[in-house]
Design a protein around this ligand. Structure first.
Ligand code: HEC
Ligand code: HEC
Length: 337
C-alpha cells in the first residue's frame, strides 16, 4: 500500500516531456482591422484557445453524424469560404437537402441564421444540421454518448468548459466559438478600405465599386456595410413563383413569401453556386439577373428594377466582386485541426 503511494507520488503527477499546456484562459486573437465594431460574445463563452480548438475538432469530425461519414466541413469547405460547391448539399446516406450551404464568415456579427432566419443564435442554428434527417441525423443524447467513449474528447471538454464538461452546452458553445473565429478581412477590398492601400484595387475594380454603390444598380441598398449585408429579408425577384417559401416558412405571412436573408458578398468569387437554392452558377448570371429586373414576384423589392450596363461596366462590377476574396482565409492552416 505504502509502496503504491510512493510510486504514485514519484511518477503519477510528473509530466514527462509533455508540451506546455495551453492556459485555460488564453484568448484567440482575431485578425480584425480598426473600424470594425466589436463582435458580441456570450458571457462565459469567451474565445479561449481551448474552446476554439475543441470546436474546430468537432467541426471537422464525422463522429457527429449517424453513419460517421459527414462532418460540418463536408458541406462547409474552407477553400469555398466555408460554403459548398454543390447547389444543394449531401448529408448521410447520400440524402439531398433543399438549400445551398451558406458561407460561414463573419457570422459573429449576424443576428439571425439560415436563409429563412429561422434560428437566432449560432448555438441554436447547429441543432438543425446535427439533427436534420437529410444532414447529420443525430440526437444530442447520441452524440454525447459517442463522445463519452473518447477519453481525449472528455478531457478536452472538461478543460474548455470546467463547469459543464462533456455536454450539449459545451458542444454547441465550442463549435460556436470556432465559428466566430472564421473572420474574413484580408481581401483586396479590405486593404483598400481599412488599410488605406490605394492600389489594392485596380482601375476596373474601383469603377466596379462605384457601380456597386450607385443608384443605378442599387446593390449596396441591400448588400451594405463591412459585411455587404444589412439585417433583414428581401425578395430579389429570382422567380415568379418560389418552390421554397423562404421567410414565410417562419412567419406564415404571405408578404414574406420568396424573401430570404440578405447574404454577405464576402468571398463571393469562391462560393458559387448562388442563391438559396444554388440555382445561379456564375457572377455573370447574377449580374444579368439583377440587370433584367427580376421575375416580378408580387413581393419583389422595388430596389430590384433592372438597369443597363455596358460590357465594360459589367466586367468592372464582376471584377469588384472578385476583390472581396480573402486568400488568407481560404488557406489559413490554423483554421483546420
Ligand atoms: C449536409 C450538409 C450540411 C452539414 C453537414 C452542415 N451544414 Fe451548415 N448549412 C447547410 C445548408 C444547406 C445551410 C443553409 C440552411 C438553410 O438556410 O436552411 C447551412 C447553413 C449553416 C449556417 C447558417 C449561416 C448563415 O449565414 O445563416 C451555419 C452557421 C451552419 N450551417 C453551420 C454548420 C455547422 C456548425 C455544422 C456542423 C454541426 C453544419 N453547418 C453542418 C449544410 C450543411
Ligand atoms: C432588394 C435587396 C437586394 C438588392 C438591391 C441586391 N441584392 Fe443581391 N441578394 C439579395 C438577397 C435577399 C439575396 C439572397 C437571395 C436568395 O438566397 O435566393 C441576394 C443574393 C445575392 C448574391 C448571391 C449570394 C450567395 O451567397 O448566394 C449575389 C452575388 C448578389 N446578391 C449580388 C448582388 C448585386 C451585384 C447586386 C446589384 C446589382 C445586388 N445583389 C442587389 C438582396 C439584394
Amino acid at each position: 500500500m505504502w509502496l503504491f503511494f510512493l510510486t504514485a507520488l514519484l511518477f503519477g503527477c510528473r509530466p514527462v516531456d509533455t508540451p506546455a499546456p495551453i492556459q485555460p484562459l488564453e484568448l484567440v486573437v482575431l485578425d480584425i482591422p480598426p473600424g470594425i465594431p466589436d463582435m458580441e460574445i456570450e458571457p462565459g463563452n469567451e474565445l479561449t484557445q481551448l474552446r476554439v480548438d475543441l470546436g474546430k475538432r468537432l467541426f471537422f469530425d464525422p463522429i457527429l453524424s449517424r453513419d460517421k461519414s459527414i462532418s460540418c466541413s463536408s458541406c462547409h469547405h474552407q477553400s469555398q469560404a466555408f460554403a459548398d460547391f454543390s447547389p444543394v448539399s449531401t448529408g448521410v446516406e447520400g440524402r439531398k437537402g433543399k438549400r445551398n450551404a451558406s458561407t460561414l464568415v463573419n457570422l459573429g456579427w449576424h443576428e439571425v441564421f439560415n436563409h429563412d432566419g429561422g434560428t437566432a443564435t449560432l448555438e441554436l442554428q447547429m441543432q438543425v444540421p446535427l439533427t436534420e434527417h437529410v444532414e447529420m441525423d443525430m440526437t444530442f443524447q447520441e452524440i454525447i454518448t459517442r463522445l463519452a467513449m473518447e477519453p481525449d474528447y472528455v478531457r478536452h471538454f472538461a478543460q474548455a468548459y470546467p463547469e459543464n464538461g462533456l455536454s450539449g452546452y459545451g458542444l454547441t458553445r465550442a463549435i460556436g466559438a470556432y465559428e466566430r473565429t472564421l473572420v474574413s478581412f484580408n481581401s483586396p477590398y479590405d486593404d483598400f478600405t481599412y488599410r488605406g492601400i490605394s492600389d489594392a484595387l485596380n482601375a476596373s475594380q474601383k469603377r466596379g465599386l462605384e457601380l456597386f454603390n450607385s443608384d443605378r444598380t442599387q446593390c449596396s441598398s441591400c448588400h451594405t456595410g463591412f459585411n455587404f449585408r444589412r439585417e433583414g429579408f428581401e425578395n430579389n425577384g429570382l422567380y415568379a413563383e418560389f418552390a421554397d417559401s423562404g421567410r414565410a416558412g417562419i412567419t406564415i405571412k404571405p408578404e414574406d413569401r420568396g424573401k430570404f436573408k440578405i447574404p454577405t458578398l464576402r468571398n463571393i468569387g469562391q462560393t458559387a453556386p448562388y442563391m438559396h437554392d444554388g440555382s445561379l452558377w456564375s457572377l455573370a448570371e447574377v449580374v444579368d439577373h439583377y440587370a433584367s429586373g427580376g421575375a416580378n414576384h408580387p413581393n419583389q423589392s422595388g430596389l430590384v428594377s433592372g438597369f443597363f450596363l455596358t460590357e465594360q461596366e459589367r466586367i468592372d462590377l464582376i471584377n469588384f466582386l472578385l476583390a472581396l476574396t480573402d486568400q488568407k482565409l481560404l488557406t489559413n492552416p490554423t483554421l483546420t485541426p
